[in-house]
Ligand binder design. Structure first.
Ligand code: RFL
Ligand code: PHB
Length: 388
């Protein structure tokens, strides 16, 4: 098999890159470890920055998003019973879009089908060779046979646990990591959202988030110890805990119902530099992870793909300037989102065993945010997304 760009991973990064490249006449083959049904069943991100919305429009996958996505002009930061609304529109003129990652992925799959691009599922044991040669090679197993794909460039879009990043020699990689001592227990339910905007709540019992997917579907999270197991949380226990962590007036309005999905995600900040090695380019979670508090993970995958698709289109046509500066450009934006995600996580969560000073700092940070329009503007600017 031959292609111009081989893409490893059919998550949002891989599918969006494939979509944008094919629309520009650059051929791709996508290799995915899981089945398509598995990829589409993963419940993850829910918030798109406007630059991500615009990139999806440019990729021609906007029809359903325009119809079903819900623009949000603000969000609420709660501390105990105090609620602070951050007015994105008034502070920055910008907004975000509520549209699930599952929907984005499903729209991208349909668009790829319509273009007839090749997405192979159930691929295993990928080995990447010849990254310094004019053509690189991917060796992999598919439907019981060992196969070979020759390409000009490889895009590593295979998430945090993928093979791409580990193909870069360990002594040529620099890793930065912060593991947080808690996770998020998330529940999806067929119930109307408790509020028309998202509520991030810092409560004495720990953090909670009230999010949504539509007017009839809610997504809620509570901070839990890493030792907790999702199966040990009954729906009832989850709703009780959520109620205790939302402002009283909000908790009183909460509509509960059976969970459709329930899972625990650990929180981590991680960056691996550089994002390029020879003909291999990393994008999305393969190169970096943020804790979900800032709603940045999917959006960073999108900004990487924004830089990378342009660079690869130019490179296939003979201009390599874009691929030479890709890692540096992508990382500059990644680090700013890292900072915001870390700061928001620190501001909104209780850390087990923390000292009284840490708690006082959190209170002072929220107090300052409530009193200063400048601080609110800074939050809104970061939340709605820094420019690509
Ligand atoms: P993905 O989505 O992990 O996709 C990688 C794909 O690669 C495949 N793969 C392989 N394929 C072939 N060979 C291998 N060896 C392979 N290894 C892996 C995998 O099967 C998979 O299909 O990475 P990508 O494309 O970079 O996308 C990143 C996003 O998925 C992620 O950043 C977000 O979901 C993070 N995130 C959020 N981001 C936001 O922007 N806004 C949010 O509101 C938000 N909320 C969240 C989140 C992530 C969460 N979890 C579960 C981690 C909420 C949660 C709870
Ligand atoms: C979600 O709806 O899943 C979601 C929203 C905002 C976040 C994280 C997750 O910050």
């Amino acid at each position: 098999m031959n292609t111009e760009v081989a893409i490893i991973g059919a998550g949002p990064a891989g599918l969006l890159l494939s979509q944008l490249l094919n629309r520009a006449g650059v051929s791709t083959v996508v290799l995915e470890r899981q089945t398509r049904a598995h990829v589409l069943a993963r419940i993850r991100a829910g918030i798109l920055e406007w630059s991500t919305v615009e990139l999806l429009r440019a990729a021609g996958v906007d029809v359903r998003m325009e119809r079903e996505g819900i623009p949000h002009e603000g969000c609420v930061l709660a501390s105990g019973d105090t609620q602070l609304r951050i007015d994105f529109r008034a502070l920055t003129g910008r907004q975000v879009m509520v549209y699930g990652q599952t929907e984005v992925t499903s729209d991208l799959y349909e668009a790829q089908d319509a273009m007839g691009t090749e997405v192979l599922h159930g691929v295993s044991d990928i080995e990447i060779t010849d990254l310094d040669a004019a053509r690189s090679v991917l060796h992999f197993t598919h439907e019981g046979a060992r196969r070979r794909l020759s390409c000009l460039f490889v895009a590593g879009c295979d998430g945090f646990h993928g093979v791409s990043r580990r193909t870069i020699p360990a002594d040529r990689r620099r890793e930065f990591e912060r593991v947080y001592p808690f996770g998020w227990l998330g529940v999806l339910s067929e119930t109307p959202p408790v509020h028309h905007e998202l509520i991030y709540s810092n409560a004495p019992r720990g953090f909670a988030l009230a999010s949504q997917r539509s007017e009839t579907r809610s997504r809620y999270y509570v901070q839990v110890p890493l030792t907790d197991k999702a199966e040990d949380w009954s729906d009832e226990a989850f709703w009780d805990e959520l109620r205790r962590r939302l402002p009283g007036e909000v908790a009183a309005r909460l509509v509960t119902g059976p969970s459709i999905e329930k899972s625990i995600a650990p929180l981590r900040s991680f960056v691996s530099e550089p994002m390029r090695w020879g003909n291999l380019f990393l994008a999305g979670d393969a190169a970096h992870i943020v804790p979900p508090t800032g709603a940045k993970g999917l959006n960073l995958a999108a900004s990487d793909v924004h830089y990378l698709h342009r660079a690869l289109i130019d490179a296939v046509r003979g201009d390599r300037a874009g691929i030479d500066s890709y890692s540096e450009r992508a990382l500059r934006r990644v680090w700013k989102a890292m900072r915001f995600s870390w700061a928001t996580t620190t501001m909104m969560h209780r850390f087990e065993g923390e000292d009284s000073f840490a708690e006082a700092m959190r209170r002072a940070t929220l107090d300052h945010l409530g009193a200063s329009e400048t601080a609110q503007k800074d939050f809104a600017e970061n939340y709605t997304g820094l420019p690509f």
